[in-house]
Structure formats: structure tokens, C-alpha cells
Design a protein around this ligand. Structure first.
Ligand code: DHB
Ligand code: FE
Length: 284
């Protein structure tokens, strides 16, 4: 049986990718951001999973306004790094895990979550920046990655409650896979930020920190927060945080197991227009 060993949560700021790719990571502004991931890079080396199930959002890159899947699972053997307007990031292509991804699609869809199956998809900064933060510069990503794209760009977006329930279904799917794989689930995007309109630049440190507290201790209560609170308190792009509830819903305690251990917690403002939050939770 496969099992979920840990969940990782991190923001995905595109300027972080640019700082890395343009050799600016030693600059004081970026050092303060990357310092929060020093522990995490070693942790990932020490806890390398067989597969990463990476929940992220596409930013009108692979999907346009023509087709907007709410939840899309990448079942391909590999995924190219997207060109977001200035050429693809110089990072490795993503190797998928079509067999596990297909099993999860089968299980989760039969568990009443209507996923879109995607056999070809370029992956944007939403997926590659979290990998860069956790792995540093590498020739190849440390393991296969199943991309799982959530629509948080075009309304209507899924609720935190639905995302939390979906995480539970993903856990059931992983645990019904007939091979002893270790799987990490990553929830990415956020924290508070707004890129547009009169409130552009909004950051809400208190709300973000409370979100991290509740994600650890009270995920069921946190899952009840309506989308309008994310938008009001964490800004229009703060809604990306509902994706963290998918990863949290897949942890053991939600299914009656023991509470996770907090391996690492980090919060920093600013990085570009965004508050950066990062958490690693291990199943006991
Ligand atoms: C920024 C943050 C995002 O989440 C994003 O998708 C694009 C830009 C920013 O902080 O600039
Ligand atoms: Fe984003």
C-alpha cells in the first residue's frame, strides 16, 4: 500500500524563480526569503519520497479562458516547463507518474470528485517555483511529480471545504494503491497578496499567521472559511490558499490518525507582492 508521509506548503512567487535563474539569490532582499528554505532543502534530501503529488494553480498558461477545469490531474509521463512570456525557466522537465496518477483519478472520481484528466500540460511558476525552493538548482527533480491544477484564477473557484474533502479522497486513493510507495502532498500558492485594483499590494500578516496556526491545529474549522473571507482579508490572489487545504485534508489526523509533527515553519514579508509562507508537516 502507498502512503502519504508528509505535506509541504509554500508560496510560489514568480520573482523567486527569476531571482534564482538570474543569479540574484545572494542579494540581501532574496537571502531573507531563501533562508527560510535552507532547512527544507536538507529535509527533502533526508525524506525523499517516491512521488510528489503537487497541488498548484495554473496562471492562464496551460489553460486559457476557453477551458477552465476546476480540478485537473496530470496523467502524462512528462510535463514541459512553460514559456510564460520570457522563455521557459531553465529548470528540469517534470517526470510524471502515469500509473499512480491514473489510479488516483479512478479512485477520486469514483469517490464523487469530478476531476479533469490532462494528458498534455506545460507547467508554470505555480509548480516550478515550489520545486526550486525545495530542491535548489538541480539537473533533475528528485522524484516523479503528479501535477494537480486547481482553478483559483477565474470565478467561480472551489471552496476551502471542497478542497479539504478532496484531500481526504486523495488520501484514500493513495492508500488503495497496491505498491509500497511513499508520497508527499504539497499545497502551494498564497499567502496574502493582491496583484490588481485599488487594493494591489495588500498583505495581512495577522490573518496569514492565524491561517498557519489553524492549518496546523484546526484544519476542519479552517476549511469552513468562505471564499469571500480569503478575498477580503488575504487579497484577491490570497484565494490561492484554498489549495493548502487539499494537502492538509490528506494528512493522517483528518482520517482519525495522530496529529502531524511540525518539522518547519517560516513566514516572511515581502517577496515581490506576496507574503511568503512555508510549512512542513510530517505524519507520525
Ligand atoms: C506574484 C504572485 C503570484 O502568486 C503570482 O502568481 C504572480 C505574481 C507576485 O507577488 O508578484
Ligand atoms: Fe500565483
Amino acid at each position: 500500500m502507498a502512503k502519504i508521509t508528509a505535506s509541504v506548503y509554500t508560496s510560489h512567487v514568480p520573482a523567486i524563480g527569476a531571482a534564482l535563474d538570474l543569479g540574484k539569490s545572494h542579494e540581501p532582499y532574496w537571502q531573507k526569503v531563501f533562508a527560510g528554505y535552507e532547512f527544507s532543502k536538507q529535509w527533502l534530501k533526508d525524506h525523499r519520497p517516491d512521488v510528489i503529488f503537487l497541488v498548484y494553480n495554473d496562471h492562464a498558461t496551460a489553460f486559457s479562458l476557453e477551458i477552465i477545469p476546476t480540478f485537473a490531474i496530470g496523467t502524462a509521463a512528462e510535463f514541459a516547463v512553460a514559456d510564460e512570456g520570457w522563455g521557459p525557466r531553465p529548470v528540469p522537465k517534470v517526470i510524471g507518474h502515469p500509473v499512480l496518477a491514473s489510479h488516483i483519478a479512478q479512485s477520486v472520481i469514483q469517490d464523487d470528485f469530478d476531476l479533469t484528466i490532462v494528458n498534455k500540460m506545460d507547467v508554470d511558476h505555480g509548480l516550478t517555483v515550489p520545486l526550486s525552493l525545495m530542491c535548489g538548482p538541480v539537473q533533475a527533480w528528485p522524484c516523479p511529480v503528479i501535477p494537480f491544477a486547481v482553478n483559483v484564477v477565474q470565478y467561480p473557484v472551489p471552496s476551502g471545504r471542497r478542497c479539504f474533502q478532496l484531500g481526504q479522497a486523495i488520501r484514500r486513493a493513495v492508500e488503495s494503491y497496491d505498491e509500497p510507495l511513499t508520497v508527499q502532498i504539497w499545497g502551494t500558492g498564497g499567502m496574502s497578496h493582491q496583484l490588481q485594483g485599488p487594493r494591489a499590494g495588500l498583505i495581512n500578516k495577522e490573518w496569514d499567521k492565524r491561517f498557519l496556526d489553524r492549518l496546523i491545529e484546526d484544519p476542519t474549522g479552517l476549511a469552513q472559511v468562505p471564499h469571500i473571507e480569503y478575498v477580503r482579508e488575504a487579497g484577491s490572489e490570497g484565494i490561492e490558499l484554498v489549495m493548502w487545504l487539499i494537502a492538509r485534508g490528506a494528512m493522517a489526523d483528518v482520517a482519525g490518525g495522530r496529529p502531524p509533527t511540525v518539522a518547519h515553519r517560516f513566514y516572511h514579508v515581502p517577496a515581490s507582492n506576496t507574503a511568503v509562507g512555508h510549512l512542513i508537516l510530517e505524519n507520525c
